[in-house]
Design a protein around this ligand. Sequence first.
Ligand code: MN
Length: 432
Amino acid sequence: MYSLSNVVRQHVEKGYVYRIDRELDPELEPTKYIMKSDNAGTTLLFKVRGSTLECVSGVINTREKLYEVLRVSRDEDAYSKVINSLNSRSRQSLREASFRENYRELSSSALSLPAIKFYSVDGGRYITSSIVIAKTPDLDSYNASIHRLMYLDNQRFAIRLVPRHLYSIYETNRKAGRDTEVAVVIGAHPIVELAASISPPYGVFELEMVGNLGGEPLEVVRTPKYGIPVPARASVVMEGRITRELVREGPFVDILGLPDRVRDQPVLVVDSVYVPREDPEYFHVILPGGNEHMLLMGFPREAAIWDSVRRAVPKVKKVRLTKGGGMWLHAVISIKKVAEGDGKTAIMAAFAAHPSLKHVVVVDDDVDPDKPEEVEWAIATRLQAGKGLVIIHHARGSTLDPSSEDGLTDKVGIDATAPLNRREEFIRPIVE
Ligand code: MN
């Protein structure tokens, strides 16, 4: 059963959980506690003033916790799950259950959601784990993706639509004079959130990837008003419409720890609110720029880089999108080099797999990408810039990078692998 409270229960048994007994101020106070639990790898439970819902943060704030929910222990197995779930044969049809047996309706004014202002520069209080599901107007399918919601009042949010699938659905509807009917799901199982963070091609319903990632079919129920499939277990389900009304959204401190700029974004109007009929589920709070945010966004891209590089060079040992680059802009890849030039091939394969990638370092398999000082050592002793640097001028990158020109950026690949014919000169002595 894909339920966040099951994961929290397992974390309690393993001693991962730290609970704050007093109510926190939704303005800024949760941030420092979530940062602390990020550093310690703990799962944090808390409540904020004004909401009865219990919040959880740090559900997958370490790679170990992510691998536990995926039921894998090795990188290759985790990456294979993501790559295989993109394959149509491994997609699982959803098991349908009754909405009314799982959820009950609340009058929308009766529920106050624990929206949080995370940083002093943020333009408002935000919900950060909201999965938005909409029907694709041109295909018989749905789309699920995570979007931040800025609280306006109990029935209205500003929704940030990056120009991807939900944005194009919204644009198609807007040009036809229609609002976009959506279901918003908060507090879903981390695998459901991970599936919503993977970018399969348009027309693939992300929830159909959950079964392959988690090992059992996902149970869904259809919302009463719009008939949109949502997970049978979540903390809150809202039905609503993304309207053609725009409002100023932001600033919002994003994955690189920098404020994303203010933009005109659509208003999401809530029509109905539902909560579980039986036991309440946890309301998931994802700290922007925290480990959980980085893992949810970065991990599927790490899998894509791994898949691309392993097709291009004989053996890729480890791929890491590093924390210093927000698990988004920087990668370190270790390979077993068998031919001169493998490092450059790996660089090209990595850039092709993740268009936001800006800098990539390729090292030999005796260097651990998880250890920045080893990577630096490899650059210090194995790189000659005249030979090993690849610079790609003015390529498409990430708009989150403030040094880019609206996403146009220079990219650098660093081949810090040792030359094969003099390899013994580059090997550290083994200390027993
Ligand atoms: Mn999609």
